[in-house]
Design a protein around this ligand. Structure first.
Ligand code: CA
Length: 336
């Protein structure tokens, strides 16, 4: 099948994580001509394999975006003993993390283009105990949130641990796993609310993002159960922000068994509600301003909207509406 390829096999029973980098000639700094190197990862059961690249330089003769058939790294899922080519990588930019679809993954490096620019790649591999354990790493290399059970994609964020931080979908910025439900729970102090601003949002699906449309979706709620105040969200959003009514908030992401997106990344901030006597108004530079007596829905799905919510505590929201306008007129759906 692959005559002349070197093959290295990593089995999770022997090694849980490590690094791969193709060997260059010590003399010339180049790969041997017609190098073919296979890296095979074999986990068991529900394990998945994640590859995170730290270096990647496989420039192509054809240009920065076209790989051709030289100097490429091919990624195969192995499904029912069949190899399924999912991605061909080349170029100078760091590829997104790879997460296998099952317990096995195969990488194939082919190189026949001798060029001193070609430095190969370095990738760290991890056998994860389940898709849900996909490493949730923020900029500082620290796992975010408290995950009570490694086999569930559930994370808790407490104000007493951090007033602000990042959340992201599993394997971000790589594709999120299929058939996954991830919960992000926020727990503030009694007079707190949480503000969540998405800096990236790519969830595969079409509106209204429900089961009938076979969409993946993100759901927001002020409760553990469904909150009818919020629509389901999918597609691509350039700016999206939400805030809770009170101290508790839930964000849930669900994916189905087909088609993928690259997920989301968001900054959450716990804030304390202003005392009722202090009016606080931040005027959106362009947004249309309307007042509401209670927290309003933000779902004008096609038009830019200003997010307007009552900043009073839930107990008094009916009688005194203190309007806080958060300048998020940039909220814009760029799906379609
Ligand atoms: Ca999907």
């Amino acid at each position: 099948m692959r005559g002349g390829c070197n093959r290295v096999v990593f089995s999770s029973s022997r090694i849980r994580n490590g690094s791969i980098a193709p060997a260059h000639s010590k003399h010339s700094g180049l790969f041997p001509s017609s190098l073919c190197q296979l890296y095979e990862f074999v986990g068991d059961g529900a394990e998945r394999v994640q590859i995170i690249f730290s270096e990647f330089r496989l420039p192509s003769k054809l240009g920065p975006t076209e790989c051709g058939d030289t100097d490429i790294l091919m990624v195969y899922y192995i499904v029912n003993d069949r190899e399924e080519l999912v991605e061909t990588l080349c170029g100078d930019t760091l590829p997104k993390p790879i997460l296998s679809d099952g317990p096995r993954l195969l990488l194939e490096l082919r190189s026949s283009y001798n060029n001193t620019e070609n430095k190969g790649f370095t990738g760290d591999f991890f056998f994860l105990t389940s898709a849900y354990a996909a490493r949730m790493i923020n900029d500082f290399g620290i796992s975010t949130g408290y995950q009570p059970n490694q086999s569930e994609c559930t994370f808790h964020y407490f104000r007493n641990a951090s007033g602000q931080g990042w959340i992201q979908s599993p394997n971000f910025p790589g594709a999120y796993p299929r058939n996954i439900i991830c919960n992000y729970f926020f727990h503030g102090y009694p007079n707190d609310y949480v503000h969540v601003r998405f800096t990236y949002f790519d969830i595969e699906g079409i509106r209204p993002c429900d089961e009938d449309t076979a969409s993946d979706y993100v759901e927001f709620s002020n409760f553990v159960t469904r909150d009818r105040k919020y629509a389901m969200y999918c597609g691509n959003w350039r700016e999206l922000a939400v805030r809770s009514d009170g101290r508790f908030f839930r964000i849930t992401m669900a994916s189905n068994d087909r088609l993928d997106g690259t997920g989301f990344r968001a900054l959450y901030t716990f804030e304390t509600m202003q005392p009722e006597t202090t009016e606080r108004t931040e005027v959106a530079p362009m947004g249309k301003v309307t007042t509401t007596s209670a927290a309003s829905s933000i779902h004008g799905p096609l038009s830019p909207v200003a997010l307007i919510t009552a900043a009073s505590s839930p107990a008094t929201s009916a009688s005194i509406g203190i309007i806080s306008i958060i300048g998020l007129e940039l909220i814009k759906l760029i799906q379609d």
